[in-house]
Design a protein around this ligand. Structure first.
Ligand code: XMP
Ligand code: MG
Length: 183
């Protein structure tokens, strides 16, 4: 039984356990390994939120692959600001590569809606998105990831890479501002 956690001024309740997360990440890794065998994809993790998901997904996907990170920013506090800045760009050439963007969560969809055309201009062979979490009810632009860990309600969540004003990223479990779903 997990306890609630206090981050800054807010209390978060347990939502997805580390075990549930790990099981799902293993499944996603196996699926991606099957789909990309022999293609040597380039995984592009979106910092900071995706750092743990990327690390676990990489280990769950035993094929030849490359790994890189970008840093984009659209979020402040508990809501998306709508504009997306590239804080750290890609150094790796992506022309002709099979890209898998690795995101912690898709909320309004605006981050990827802004970033995907930027990538497309560099002529990759293909681009797919792996998101650990998705909040379908929060979309402002239509967007679906090819690989989604969990669809969740429109509630703010923290843990496993996700933060509330930079706290909570190192929690192994995911917590929500809404009522607990774990026993
Ligand atoms: P958009 O709205 O562009 O948002 O799809 C994607 C980015 O917003 C952040 N985000 C969250 N961060 N808890 C967080 O800690 C949340 O519930 C949440 N929802 C969105 C996240 O950085 C994601 O990459
Ligand atoms: Mg993020």
């Amino acid at each position: 039984m997990l306890d609630s956690v206090q981050l800054h001024d807010l209390t978060f309740t347990p939502y997805l356990s580390a075990r549930q997360i790990q099981e799902r990440v293993q499944e996603l890794g196996r699926q991606i390994a099957e789909d990309y065998a022999g293609k040597r994809p380039l995984f592009i993790g979106i910092l900071n939120g995706a750092f743990l998901f990327m690390a676990d997904l990489a280990r769950a996907c035993p094929i030849e692959a490359d790994f890189a990170f970008v840093r984009l920013s659209s979020y402040e506090g508990t809501s998306s600001t709508g504009s997306v800045k590239t804080m750290i760009g890609l150094r790796e050439p992506v022309e002709g590569r099979h890209l898998i963007l690795v995101e912690d969560i898709i909320d309004t969809g605006q981050t990827l809606h802004a970033f995907l055309p930027e990538l497309a201009r560099q002529k990759p062979a293909s681009v797919k998105v792996a998101a650990l979490l998705s909040k379908p009810q929060a979309r402002k632009v239509a967007f679906e990831a090819e690989y989604t860990g969990f669809e969740i309600p429109n509630e703010f969540v923290v843990g496993y890479g996700l933060d509330y004003n930079e706290l909570g990223r190192n929690l192994p479990d995911i917590y929500s501002l809404a009522a607990s779903t774990l026993p």
